[in-house]
Design a binder for this molecule. Structure first.
Ligand code: AMP
Ligand code: MG
Length: 417
């Protein structure tokens, strides 16, 4: 029987291997959606400015439109010749000559002749006269025409995730529909004789299959469409059948059966599909036995199907998805690849650990404003799904550390929705 040669990589090496393969992936197609339905999806077309932004010199304050040179000596008293509010069109007849001013509101067009807006706080009004007590420079409190974008400029590029700011941009250029990439189909195959579905009565020796659901939620958050396969027993024939079904999707995620036990059959079953293995373990905890590879597609083409064998311990499954599977789902979804970035927070209490593995331990990020603090949750190891649910991040412990004092700044991986 074929089996995979063991390739255990450091965390960073394993992550780079995944990123390299992800970079070559493309989504399978596009669809046109109503603007709000496209929120959270990946844009598949450039979005251009349909006009100049702003389309007129825009006042950014309530106050008076003036000629800055008129305020050379202070206080200066000017004649108020009118009022400009947001939404009005100012014609050339309404011109600010020297010695004149116009009351103006935020968002209104600065009238011809004016070159600055004085904030109302520095003025006092008496009938058609205004007295100004503060000097101003040409251009102050006015955004010039096209300063934000010129008509035809690209404001959004294919590959961006349409967050609320991007939706705002699309709305501002009048796009009521957007072309987005189709979601990739990601098959989830949980393995294990002890597993039962979540909606059937179970015996004391049985375990509910939670990984299929946590993975499905992670797939959705990463922009994929989960395809839930039935539970595979620790039995080669049925496992092979279900793996073959999984390869019909764009990506296959297996959970469980990748450790060294007698009934850990996943690698061997995959090897029988002529799979190539890029790694069969990473020096991390939780998640050490994680497997990444690909199998030739059913058609004799370059059409490979990638897979991950994720360890079955529920926390290992979640962590290895975030660290390794997420970039593949995002790439298949058409998203521009992004690097994994760890933020830093101050350690609340001392940690003692064993060196050798890079650890991603469930932790709670707290504090207020600039005071980010982090603390490990107490847990019973990588099967402890309840402790992990109470956490909101993973504290990253480098492999060379044994003792870390309270007060040290530590890298943290934020847990995504
Ligand atoms: P394995 O990786 O198959 O050796 O499984 C490791 C541990 O994770 C065992 O305690 C399993 O019962 C548990 N486990 C495996 N798969 C799942 C699953 N789909 N849902 C919940 N727990 C699981
Ligand atoms: Mg198992």
């Amino acid at each position: 029987m074929p089996s995979a040669p063991a390739t255990i990589l450091s965390f960073e090496q394993a992550r780079h291997v995944v990123e390299e393969h992800a970079a070559a992936l493309r989504p399978s197609g596009k669809e046109l959606l109503e603007l709000l339905d496209s929120a959270g999806r990946i844009l598949a077309e450039p979005v251009l400015a349909d006009r100049n932004f702003p389309p007129f010199p825009r006042a950014t304050r309530d106050g008076y439109a003036v000629r800055a040179a008129d305020l050379a000596t202070l206080p200066a008293t000017l004649e108020v010749i009118g009022e400009v509010k947001a939404g009005v069109s100012v014609d050339a007849a309404f011109k600010i000559e020297s010695g004149k001013a116009a009351a103006i509101m935020t968002g209104a067009p600065a009238p011809p002749g004016s070159d600055a807006v004085v904030m109302i706080e520095y003025t006092s009004r008496d009938g058609d006269r205004v007295t100004i007590t503060k000097a101003i420079a040409v251009g102050d409190n006015i955004v010039p025409i096209a300063a934000e974008a010129k008509r035809g400029d690209r404001l959004l590029s294919p590959g961006v995730r349409l967050d609320h700011a991007a939706i705002g941009v699309a709305a501002s250029v009048g796009r009521s529909r957007l072309l987005v990439y189709l979601k990739p189909r990601v098959a989830v195959l949980a393995t294990g004789d002890e597993l039962v579905d979540i909606d059937v009565p179970l015996a004391p020796n049985q375990i509910r299959n939670s990984n299929t659901y946590s993975l499905a939620a992670q797939i959705q958050a990463a922009g994929g469409e989960p395809v839930l396969l039935p539970i595979a027993p620790d039995e080669p024939e049925r496992l092979r059948e279900l793996i073959a079904e999984g390869f019909e999707a764009d990506l296959l995620l297996l959970s469980g059966g990748v450790s060294m036990g007698k009934y850990d059959l996943v690698e061997q079953a995959l090897a029988e599909f002529q799979a190539e293995f890029f790694f069969t373990g990473a020096q991390i905890q939780p998640g050490r036995p994680v497997v990444f590879g690909r199998a030739p597609g059913a058609l004799a083409s370059k059409d490979h199907k990638y897979f991950f064998g994720l360890p079955g311990n529920p926390v290992s499954t979640m962590v290895t998805f975030e660290l390794f599977a997420r970039p593949m789902v995002e790439a298949l979804a058409g998203a521009t690849p992004r690097k994994l970035v760890f933020l830093h927070a101050k350690l609340k209490s001392e940690i003692k650990t064993k060196p050798g593995l890079k650890r991603f331990l469930p932790a709670i990020l707290s504090g207020e404003f600039e005071q980010a603090e982090v603390e490990l949750v107490r847990w019973q190891g990588s099967g402890d799904i309840a402790a992990t649910a109470a956490a909101n991040c993973y504290l990253v412990i480098p492999p060379n550390r044994e003792q870390i004092a309270a007060g040290e700044w530590m890298p943290v991986l934020i847990r995504q929705l």
